[in-house]
Design a protein around this ligand. Structure first.
Ligand code: EPZ
Length: 423
């Protein structure tokens, strides 16, 4: 088993280059199944969710060629199967995009129920509602989702809940459907727009991505033969911005799209942090404890739930008392118990937590309870006095490329250690 060992007490300083967005990449890769041709995707983050997505595409009959760590060429002309390997799909959440993509391409999909971070209930009823309205029959039997359709026909779909996954999945299923599909009350995250841009670059006709309503005019075929670059990861960028705040450091986050981080920069200014914004970079610097702040997480352009644990570390060190209300997931505060082991003073009840700011944290043995919790604990370990060991780091490897190398370049003392299992 691997763990991260951090010797803390460091102020981070320097530049960090942001990778392509995980949550875009894990949708773009299944989306290549809709392309009856060859396409190349670059700026892919080299993370385990991407590697496993590529393996699944190969199992389905696509030819996947890696051109270095961050670019793949995918030839989906000879897709042989619409049944994805269950052992692989159950390892991560975004495998649900295979349903929309395979249904669109083959009019049939068999995919294991998705895995991923345990953040509480993660239903997919809105995905299924969309597929059914398009004309598919969907059954969930013995841990598998089985979707079939004689044909898919465009229609109006109103999502009951703003959902990133349902928006993208229904979009994937309707690109090759007959006629026009209108999806309302959709998610507006940058990765939703990125998937629409990719599909349009391959010949789809999708309008309105980034607004509340997406209109898809079905086309007969997507052709490929072009190269697409994954949008920069706004959550990775935000993670390093918050690392600068918590460590009272000075970090320039490069290769990001500053507008995607407006909600965070506004909050950091409220917290007394200095921010300089350029075309594709943001410098975050401070030499004092942040001011207290209140946060409520919401769909984009609200404050993202995926940056909630990371700002939790900064607020646990702020002057005064802060409150975070989690608006998306039921169980996104598991990291607070780990932070309390490091000297934080956080009381969590349900979907709210009260952060009584402390002056310092100290090193401890903690567990990454999910992906973003793991990133938050790395930041806490870098601030804390003494040594911190973080276990269950496979969660972190699912979503951050070269994370310890990037933090080391900023001055952190962080090592990956292989530990013999005791039991
Ligand atoms: C995506 O999850 C992200 N994952 C999550 O990132 C992120 O936290 C989340 O969006 C919100 O931004 C990927 O993109 C792979 P949702 P997703 O559907 O699509 C409810 C990370 O750390 N809902 O937008 O699964 C749901 O319970 C991960 O990178 C339904 O009720 O989230 C939640 O309360 C963790 N029915 C809300 O909607 C449905 O059919 C938003 O979920 C679908 C969702």
């Amino acid at each position: 088993m691997e763990k991260l060992v951090i010797k803390g007490g460091t102020r981070l300083n320097g530049d960090v280059v942001i990778s392509g967005a995980k949550n875009a990449a894990v949708a773009l890769l299944p989306a290549t199944l809709l392309v009856d041709g060859i396409c190349t995707i670059n700026n892919l983050p080299y993370i385990s969710d991407v590697k496993i997505s590529c393996k699944i595409l190969e199992e389905l009959g696509a030819k996947v060629t890696w051109n270095g760590n961050n670019e793949v060429t995918i030839d989906s002309r000879n897709i042989e199967s619409s049944a994805a390997p269950i052992d692989m799909t159950s390892k991560f959440r975004a495998s649900y995009y295979l349903i929309g993509a395979l249904l669109g391409r083959c009019k049939s999909a068999v995919v294991g129920l998705p895995g991923g971070c345990n953040l509480g209930a993660r239903p997919i009823d809105q995905h299924i509602k969309g597929f059914e309205l398009l004309g598919a029959t969907v059954e969930v039997i013995e841990g598998k989702i089985n979707a079939t359709a004689k044909k898919l026909v465009g229609t109006s779909i109103y999502l009951d809940k703003v959902s990133v996954g349902a928006t993208i999945n229904v979009m994937l299923a309707s690109v090759l459907a007959e006629g026009t599909t209108i999806i309302e009350n959709v998610a507006k995250e940058p990765h939703v727009v990125d998937v629409a841009n990719f599909l349009n670059a391959m010949g789809a006709d999708i309008r309105g991505a980034g607004t509340d309503l997406i209109k898809i005019n079905g086309v007969k075929k997507l052709c490929g033969n072009s190269t697409y670059s994954v949008v920069p990861d706004q959550i990775e960028a935000g993670t390093f911005m918050l690392a600068a705040v918590a460590t009272k450091g000075d970090i320039t986050v490069k290769n990001c799209i500053p507008e995607h981080l407006d909600c965070l920069t506004a909050k950091l200014i409220e917290m007394g942090v200095n921010i300089d914004i350029n075309n594709d970079s943001i410098r975050v610097y401070t030499n004092k404890r942040p001011n207290k702040a209140n946060i409520i997480t919401m769909p984009y352009p609200g404050y993202p739930t995926d940056l909630q644990p990371q700002i939790g570390v900064a607020l646990s060190l702020a002057e005064g008392t802060s409150i975070i209300n989690e608006g998306i997931w039921d169980s996104r505060f598991q990291y607070t118990a780990e932070l309390n082991k490091m000297g934080a003073n956080i009381i969590n009840q349900g979907k709210s937590a009260v952060f009584e700011g402390v002056e310092e944290l100290y090193g401890s043995f903690v567990e990454a309870t999910d992906l973003r919790a793991g990133a938050a604990l790395i930041i806490a370990g870098i601030v804390a006095n003494g040594e911190t060991s973080i276990t269950n780091i496979y969660h972190i490897d699912r979503g951050y490329e070269n994370i310890e190398e990037k933090f080391r370049k900023l001055g952190a003392n962080i090592q990956r250690v292989v530990e013999e299992d005791i039991f």
